[in-house]
Design a protein around this ligand. Sequence first.
Ligand SMILES: [Fe+2]
Length: 292
Amino acid sequence: MTIEIEKLHPLYAARIHGVDIRKPMDAASLAQIKAVAAEYVVCVIGHDTPPTNDEHIAFSAKFGPLQRGKAPKIAGTEMRIAHPEILDQSNLDEVGEIYSDDDRRLAYKRANRLWHTDMSFYDVRATYSLLAAHLVPPAGADTEFTDMRAAWDALPDARKAEIAHLEVEHSYWYSRVLGGGPQPTDEERITRPPARHAIVHLHAPSNRKALYLASHAQNIVGWPEEKGRALIDELIAFATQPRFVYAHQWRLGDILIWDNLATMHRATPFDDRTFRRDMRRTTCREREIIDA
Ligand SMILES: [Fe+2]
């Protein structure tokens, strides 16, 4: 397999040519792809038709222990895709119809339009997410990224010294409500308690420091709420300046691999009441977790 790299942004993000995840892959090719992912942190692999769920899962498993889902996390809903490794990121209900206006899942999915990194609300964080495009609407719905290593590097040294020791509390429900979703039920809330993470960490694959923030970040540990909120807002605004942002325009069959420990991302709007968008994600964790 001959792999070629096309840079998509001056700082990070690459399209990898010459790879088809549906075909057997030798160890050397896989090592090359991992090296590209370590450096570029957002990688695109295109296909003429979308990989099957099984192909998607098999490829993803090469990047680390996979998140396996549990029962539907929103009370009273069913799964459209039966594979526990696949997170359904579509706007489709369990029979493939566009969500009704009052569906809680639609409101919660719209919270993905806030800058975030996946699963920062868990103690065991997400490493790579792999998102496959099965149906793409005719306009909109880009996914935007930012490089949190570049953002850290660009902070003034004095600011780095002031914040480097801080810890941040991340909550799934905080970002759902922030994004316009309804308050969770007590039953829902208990499924995802908050988690604490350092505000900056060493991104081991590239040996660079990276900010670690997200819309899930609700406060700075030990700080008054308003002061903590102001710092989180300031740093997210800093990290998402246009110079750091890559906007991915989806093509049917794309698989996008991003490193949640070195990036943030957000969904952008499309006409989700008219057009079907079928996106399916697998997620690798820092270590194996079996959710109850
Ligand atoms: Fe996400």
